[in-house]
Design a protein around this ligand. Sequence first.
Ligand code: PGA
Length: 250
Amino acid sequence: MLKSKKPLIAGNWKMNKNLEEISKFVDVFLKSGVENNKKDVLICPSYLHIEFLIKKLKPYGVKIGAQNCHFREKGPFTGEVSAPMFKEIGVDYVMVGHSECRTLRNESNENINLKLLNVLKNTMHVVLCVGETLEERKNFRALDIILNQIMIGLNNVKNFDEVFIAYEPVWAIGSGKLPDLEDIKNIMKNIRDFVRKKYGIRAADEIGILYGGSVDSCNSSKILSIKNVDGLLVGSASLNIKEFIKIIKS
Ligand code: PGA
């Protein structure tokens, strides 16, 4: 399952939208014709709504993803869902290491690595989210933190064609604050260089790097034009169908 080389626009809906709202979203989305755009579109709804969206949008080429998964394949883990369970119902992508999961669920880089390996083993694409807090940035530790998250997160990965890294500064998520474009450019270059040095030219070429954190229709095309940006991970703005369509068209 090779990754397409089109830019990826991913919507992370978090714990938002009920079935009625999702149905309306789907109607407007399909009427807009945006699924034929020159970008890949990924939507990550709540676990409960994954099958509904797979039925409605997957036939039109839209990828449907999960926002997290457990690091084991099965067992006594009440309330959890595993990678093979997602695969079985037709999920294409799984996000791991989102900052909200790292914080609220106390997830370690080592656990996130196990999740990532599980997703790849079950032949889905994985989006590894990384990013520094404001305090880490103020202490000039941003790059160290990000590269450490990537180093541990990608441990034992052999094939990078199904792997995306999403750089999301924690302080930019849901805050309306965007790093300077030069900053994004610099971090993206450092991520690509790190993958090249550690895993080789082919890995650096195959891996996709996304930017996330306060992306909207006003800044999306500027961010997409930055070198080494292969797509966007969009939170709040992906909930609004008009905004999301504008971002996909940007
Ligand atoms: P935001 O969220 O676009 O609302 O900042 C991004 C994310 O959490 O993935």
